[in-house]
Unconditional design. Structure first.
Length: 169
């Protein structure tokens, strides 16, 4: 059976955790779960929810980016919190942001200039380009071929002068 939470216990636990971690915005649900605080997250919902506790602790609630109308300042705040929490040597990749950030944060980063743009905002080196592994090549080929049925059989070339020359032979 799980812990029985009181409002005072929620306050004490949140204050200690926020003091330890120095959050500058409300942590994502993933952060609560990853750090073994899922029960705390559920309990704080019963005593006013995240808006109440964020106000009490003096931190903003950063929205989850499923939509498209979020400002750069909100994205920057969430990134600043992640970078402070994890202290990477270079700006993270989109894949890393998908695993560690709030839902939709990676998509928001991609939509607003990509990792190179945000790396420059934080004065960090950009992540290296993704390696072309056999698996990645296989995954990208259907998209690059445009789904043409003969392309899957290797009977349609990419076009251009090389493609025209191949068709003449």
């Amino acid at each position: 059976m799980g812990r029985t939470w009181t409002e005072e216990a929620v306050a004490r636990e949140l204050e200690a955790w926020f003091a330890e971690r120095a959050f500058d915005c409300w942590p994502s649900y993933r952060t609560f779960v990853r750090e073994g605080r899922k029960g705390l997250n559920q309990a704080l919902q019963r005593f006013g929810g995240r808006a109440r506790w964020a106000a009490d602790l003096g931190v903003p609630v950063v929205a989850h980016w499923r939509g498209s109308g979020f400002a750069d300042a909100q994205i920057e705040g969430a990134l600043r919190g992640l970078l402070r929490e994890h202290r990477p040597q270079r700006f993270p990749t989109l894949a890393w942001l998908r695993r560690n950030g709030a839902p939709g944060l990676a998509a928001a980063v991609k939509r607003t200039g990509g990792t190179a743009h945000w790396a420059s905002v934080f004065n960090m080196p950009a992540p290296p380009p993704a390696a072309w592994t056999d698996e990645r090549i296989e995954a990208e080929l259907p998209r690059l071929r445009g789904g043409h049925p003969l392309a899957e059989q290797g009977r349609v070339s990419a076009g251009g002068s090389a493609g025209r020359a191949a068709r003449r032979v």
